[in-house]
Every structure is written in structure tokens, then in C-alpha cells.
Design a protein. Structure first.
Length: 251
């Protein structure tokens, strides 16, 4: 985690230095947004296998202790750029999940930090951004299992970094409206077995400097580590999805 954060910090400092030197060559975007998601899938911690992770939007809103989502972009006049995105959800209350004979409760923290380099292709009525980089996952999963053989508590804090390749297409469909279609794939067995992200929606350009974004986003991952059915085993196979509403500020 620390090497990745250090790299992103150095990248940000480099961008700021470039702005001071030649601010006319750079464009910047700051985009805070809210994602109203649900999480579904399976998780395993230690010898507790296949815990149903099924957290609805209402569950997340009811149990959310803290959450934030922010995207930053910098683009040079050469069409090269960088994108950084961070989103996290801390589910402070417990969510029930059945496991056959066991009664299982799970606490979930999910944090996702993305850092990409990009290149923009410009057409008459659209732009296409090709990007590559890394997605860092920070998952903390606490599981309490009540079984006929007694109660067991398992806690696991797992993080990993997936390589990512993707593209984002922004065609203009009206004077103040653009579509956004974006997708990427990652993991490739380097960390997770496979991960992916897809989102689509519209941007309303309110002014030259401000847009409102309405999207639907889905993010999936299949990750596991350690030998199965042992205390060191961890599995996180989930999809987080839901509508996204944000404001884009161009500087």
C-alpha cells in the first residue's frame, strides 16, 4: 500500500510543479460523487467458507459510518494525462448472512484507490481516453460464526494491487449533453484472479467549467489467497454496483 500511495503522491507533486511552470498547458478536473450501491457475492475468512455477502443499498445507507468518493484528473495539451480516484465504505453495523448450519455476521470495510495514466484521442464529436495503471483494494472483513460447535471470530485485513487496462468514450449527443461509456479489466492473475469495472450514463454541461454526472457503475473482483479451509485462507468474490451522481469542476 505505502509504495503505491507514495507513487501517487509523487505524481501529484509533479503535476503541481508542472502547473506552476506552464499552467496554460494543463487542464484539471475535480469530481466529488456519491455512489448508492449494493454489494453481492461470497467471502471466506479462515475456515468460515462462502459467507453470503448481500448488502443492499438500504443496508449500506443504514449502517454507513463513514464514506467518501473523489476523482481527480490532469491532462496536458499533448493529450497525455493522469487520473486518480478513491472511494471507500465503512459498514459499522453488522449484516446477517446465512451459511447452512451456521449463523454468520460480517463487518465490511471496502476501500478502492485507482491511479491511471491516459492518452486522449479527439474526434469531431467525441473523445476516447485509453488508460492503464493500477487499482488498489483494501478490504477488512470481520466474521462472527455461531455454530453447533461454538462461536468463532475471524478478522482479516487484506489488500492487493491489480494491473488495469481500460477505455472511456465521451460522444456529444446535444449542445449540453454527452454520453459516458467506460470499461476496464484487471487482475489477470497477478493479484486477483480477475477484476472489472463498467459504467455508463450522461453528463450535463451546465457551464464551461461545471458538469453534472449521472451514471450506473458496477465493479467486480474475484480474489483469494492462502490454502483453502485453513486459518490463513481469504476469498472475496463480489460485485459492487449502483447509481452514481456527481459534480465535475474543470479548472
Amino acid at each position: 500500500m505505502r509504495p503505491l500511495l507514495a507513487s501517487l503522491s509523487l505524481m501529484a507533486l509533479s503535476v503541481l510543479s508542472a502547473v506552476e511552470a506552464r499552467s496554460d498547458d494543463w487542464n484539471f478536473i475535480i469530481a466529488p460523487y456519491a455512489l448508492m450501491p449494493n454489494i453481492s457475492g461470497d467471502a471466506s475468512v479462515g475456515r468460515v467458507d462462502n459467507v453470503d455477502v448481500d448488502v443492499s443499498t438500504s443496508d449500506i445507507l443504514d449502517s454507513l459510518d463513514l464514506g467518501a468518493m473523489l476523482q481527480l484528473e490532469a491532462r496536458h495539451s499533448s493529450n497525455f494525462g493522469a487520473m486518480v480516484n478513491y472511494a471507500f465504505m465503512d459498514l459499522g453495523q453488522r449484516v446477517d448472512g446465512p451459511l447452512g448450519y451456521a449463523h454468520v455476521k460480517a463487518d465490511i470495510f471496502q476501500g478502492i484507490l485507482e491511479g491511471f495514466g491516459s492518452y486522449r484521442f479527439t474526434f469531431e464529436k467525441s473523445t476516447l481516453d485509453a488508460y492503464a495503471g493500477a487499482r488498489w483494494w483494501d478490504i477488512n472483513l470481520g466474521v462472527d460464526a455461531d455454530t453447533p460447535f461454538g462461536s468463532r471470530d475471524y478478522n482479516r485485513d487484506e489488500d492487493w494491487v491489480d494491473p488495469v487496462l481500460g477505455a472511456r468514450w465521451l460522444p456529444r449527443i446535444a449542445e449540453q449533453w454527452r454520453l459516458l461509456i467506460q470499461g476496464d479489466v484487471g487482475g489477470f492473475g497477478a493479484a486477483s484472479q480477475f477484476s472489472w469495472c463498467a459504467q455508463a450514463g450522461v453528463l450535463w454541461d451546465v457551464t464551461e467549467m461545471t458538469s453534472v454526472t449521472i451514471l450506473y457503475k458496477a465493479l467486480g473482483v474475484d480474489y483469494h489467497s492462502g490454502p483453502g479451509h485453513t486459518p490463513g485462507y481469504f476469498e472475496y468474490d463480489t460485485i459492487t454496483q449502483g447509481p452514481l451522481v456527481g459534480v465535475v469542476f474543470r479548472l
